[in-house]
Design a protein around this ligand. Structure first.
Ligand SMILES: Nc1ncnc2c1ncn2[C@@H]1O[C@H](COP(=O)(O)OP(=O)(O)OP(=O)(O)O)[C@@H](O)[C@H]1O
Ligand SMILES: [Mg+2]
Length: 405
């Protein structure tokens, strides 16, 4: 067992003993350093009643040393956010001396919004703990994105429940996220430009060529007399197939980049997309759109159109729905697009957990589309209860009137 020794003395120190005192001071300092580093299990103090042993609870002390050394903020908090313990790292994060942090409230380091979020979580966190993202407000007024992870601590006779809190600085992670988001945005922009180019090529070249062939084929079929029975039937069949192919090429080109979006705007393209979907799939689709008196910004229109397109693709692929209802409304400074189906539904949380590392990109893409134009996307769904996709996109100054059906 490694120990540190201390001794009480009241003798005056003549100069000869000054040297001895200095040596003892150095020893004491070394002992304190060893205690701080967890190299000491017990301290023996020589008192008037003989030596007294103070144990430092070996294993617990090691944990304490670990908490002091880690590169994360660590706190012990009461339910009403009083800080009973904080490590140096947390004091550094909030740019405040440790002695001013301990005994104070965590409230001063949180925005009113984060305080309101944290309050019920701490009250409810007796059994399971929680994890949230907040912005820490440092003593100098700067803000730091942080992740707070909490777990309830055993009461051990304490009157009030306490919580162990680990605070992680998310500045670097946020920066990486922003870079990734900007990159994704550029990929999406490049993809949109390429889609537009391919759509134009299909429309202007392939469709025109197909139409030319179809006209010639029809002329040929008309020239054949009834005596050329099988050949005439074959030519007629060929015309039919060419017509279908041309239609399919138009559909693909429209999906890639509908010219009606650029020429007539959002409501027209939502209507076209809805009609095409209902005719092709046999699923009924009701559309209620607000009357827009001015065009929305081009990127907002494109985002809303792509979200509808992706949502309908999912209805077709997964939902087994009979009815779809699409609403385009205005809520304050936001335009809201809601797509609701009465299909089999799914569990969005489980899907999110499963999705990590897998290839499903539809919902993720919709969310990214909304985020890039400053909006949000919510997915509400439950098994057997259908699915609702809700996109809210900020649009300032666009005119909007009543609803068109
Ligand atoms: N309207 C819906 N009804 C029922 N389940 C849905 C609906 N929309 C999405 N889902 C479920 O959510 C999952 C994820 O959808 P998402 O669009 O992200 O991927 P995906 O459609 O499987 O693949 P991708 O869109 O990349 O081709 C789907 O696999 C499906 O299980
Ligand atoms: Mg999908």
């Amino acid at each position: 067992m490694k120990t540190a020794r201390g001794k009480h003395s009241s003798r005056p120190a003549p100069s000869r003993e000054l040297v001895e005192l200095r040596v003892r001071l150095a020893e004491a300092e070394e002992s304190l350093r060893a205690i701080r580093r967890g190299e000491v299990d017990a301290v023996v103090v020589a008192g008037r009643q003989g030596p007294q042993v103070f144990t430092l609870e070996g294993a617990g002390h090691a944990y304490r040393v670990l908490i002091e050394c880690i590169n994360e903020g660590a706190l012990i908090l009461t339910t009403d956010k009083m800080i009973l313990y904080a490590n140096q790292c947390f004091a550094k994060m909030v740019k405040c001396p440790l002695e001013q942090v301990v005994g104070g409230s965590l409230r001063r380091f949180l925005s009113s919004e984060d305080r309101a979020t944290l309050r019920p979580l701490l009250k409810r966190a007796d059994k399971t703990g929680f994890k949230i993202h907040v912005f820490l407000r440092a003593g100098d007024g700067s803000q730091m994105p942080a992740h707070i992870s909490s777990c309830p601590l055993a009461k051990n006779g304490a009157k009030r429940p306490t919580h162990g809190i680990v605070v992680t600085d998310m500045t670097e992670a946020r920066r990486t996220e922003e870079v990734l988001r900007a990159l994704t945005h550029r990929v999406v922009q490049a993809q949109e430009a390429e889609r537009g180019r391919v759509a134009l090529e299909l429309h202007d070249n392939i469709t025109q060529l197909l139409c030319g062939i179809l006209v010639r084929c029809q002329t040929l079929a008309n020239k054949l007399s009834s005596r050329d029975g099988p050949s005439k039937a074959e030519a007629t069949k060929l015309c039919e197939m060419l017509g279908q192919t041309a239609e399919e090429v138009v559909r693909i080109s429209r999906n890639l980049r509908p010219s009606v979006l650029d020429e007539l705007g959002l409501v027209a393209v939502l209507r076209d997309t809805g009609t095409e979907f209902a005719e092709r799939t046999g699923v009924s689709l009701k559309l209620a759109c607000l009357r827009l008196t001015a065009r929305l910004p081009a990127d907002a229109e494109l985002a809303l159109y792509r979200i509808l397109q992706e949502a309908l693709k999912n209805v077709e692929k997964h939902a087994r729905a009979r009815h779809v209802v699409v609403h385009l409304t205005k809520r304050g400074a936001f335009v809201q697009l809601v797509i609701n189906d009465d299909g089999i539904g799914f569990d969005p949380d489980r899907h999110l957990a499963k999705q990590k590392g897998k290839g499903a990109l539809g919902l993720l893409g919709m969310r990214e589309r909304a985020t890039h134009v400053g909006g949000v996307l919510n997915v509400k769904s439950a098994r057997g209860k259908g699915t609702t996709i809700e996109a809210q996109i900020p649009v300032s100054g666009c005119g909007a009137g009543g609803t068109q059906r």
